[in-house]
Design a protein around this ligand. Structure first.
Ligand code: NAI
Length: 332
């Protein structure tokens, strides 16, 4: 089977290589087709997201991606945003679950953040009206709002989940989130067997910090989803642990929640677990469920044993030592 591999930049090459090793050790033969994105692509091709990379994902349908740096306030537009929009990967899914052996303030957190991935304030439409005044468009369309809420309900239905929480700020952004909320209510009517609730995003933050176990599936627009994903990662042990997937109707790109971590890049200190678990989600997507379960078990055993863990998990190990443990524990 061929799968596109985008190593990205920063810690991307280190953690994606670790993930490829774990997948191979889990017994799945994948012919990785390398495609460029991020700083190396900008340096080599003069373009951080070459059209060939998008074409390769269109051809092979599935990709595993490392993080890509986006310069702040200057330079090129976010590769991630362009990739998601270019392939219409409208649903970002981030499962946030308590992991064995990882000490956190709350036990038994098991929620999924479903984020609309193509619109909102990340639509990329902003301009300077006059010097000192800038306008950004917060795009909401009925079609995109309905499809992401439907996606969240379908995910709940197939995953045996009972509650979908729609997060919004419709009291202030009355037109944009007003439309989104109206769409969420309409879609919810088709799923009377799943509980539906609507909550202002600020209340959701408070409740996530005080008792995250009350949530199940959370669905929201793009920017809120970006923020809540990191908050969710913080609740269960940090960015090094939480995987992610971007799904469209035709293509899927799997990547961790975390970024390129320039502060630790190239030092062999990055925790590869988030990308390893993203690879497990990829395996599940392409029908290798057994291998995906095996990898998840190996992650659990590695965290539980506490041997070779990286610094973000309180250990003194490296990307290499934790990867060795993951491979060793595949038989666990
Ligand atoms: P970041 O997620 O890269 O790092 C935040 C903190 O978490 C840093 O202290 C970092 O060392 C730590 N960290 C992250 N992943 C880790 C891992 N696997 N193991 C151990 N520690 C880890 O977020 P930041 O610094 O805001 O962003 C850096 C760059 O990444 C930016 O250019 C940003 O645009 C980009 N980014 C890319 C994403 C993607 O490609 N999907 C997602 C998020 C950010």
């Amino acid at each position: 089977m061929q799968v596109v591999l985008i190593e990205g930049d920063g810690i991307g090459p280190e953690v994606t290589q670790a993930a490829c090793r774990v997948v191979a050790a889990a017994g799945v033969r994948i012919d990785w087709v390398k495609a460029a994105a991020g700083i190396p692509a900008a340096e080599q091709h003069g373009e951080p997201l070459p059209e060939e990379t998008l074409e390769m994902i269109r051809r092979y349908r599935v990709a595993l991606k490392g993080p890509c740096t986006t310069p702040v306030g200057k330079g090129y537009r976010s590769i991630n945003v362009r990739l998601r929009q270019g392939l219409d990967l409208f649903a970002s899914v981030r499962p946030v679950r308590t992991m064995p052996g990882v000490k956190t303030p709350y036990e038994k957190v098991d929620l999924v953040v479903v984020r609309e991935n193509t619109e909102g304030l990340y639509s990329g439409m902003e301009h300077q009206v006059v010097p000192g005044v800038v306008e950004s468009v917060r795009l909401v369309t009925r079609a995109a709002a309905e499809r992401i809420v439907k996606f969240a309900f379908e995910l709940a239905r197939h995953g045996g989940r009972r509650l979908v929480t729609f997060c919004h700020k419709a009291d202030v952004m009355r037109l944009s989130d007003g439309l989104f909320l109206e769409c969420a209510r309409t879609v919810a009517e088709d799923y009377p067997f799943i509980q539906f609730e609507e909550k202002p995003i600020d209340n959701v933050c408070l409740e996530l910090a005080s008792d995250p176990t009350q949530f199940d599936v959370l669905v929201m627009e793009n920017l809120f989803g970006d923020v809540i994903s990191d908050l969710g990662a913080g609740l269960v042990g940090g960015l090094g642990l939480v995987p992610g997937a971007n799904y469209g109707n035709r293509f899927a790109v799997f990547e961790a929640v975390h970024g390129s971590a320039p502060d630790i890049a190239g030092q062999g200190l990055a925790n590869p677990i988030a990308v390893v678990r993203s690879a497990a989600l990829m395996l599940e997507y392409v029908g290798h469920r057994e291998a995906a379960v095996k990898i998840e078990r190996a992650v659990a055993a590695t965290l539980q044993n506490g041997v070779g863990l990286t610094r973000d998990l309180g250990g003194t190990g490296t990307t290499a030592t934790i990867t060795e443990q993951l491979i060793k524990n595949l038989g666990a």
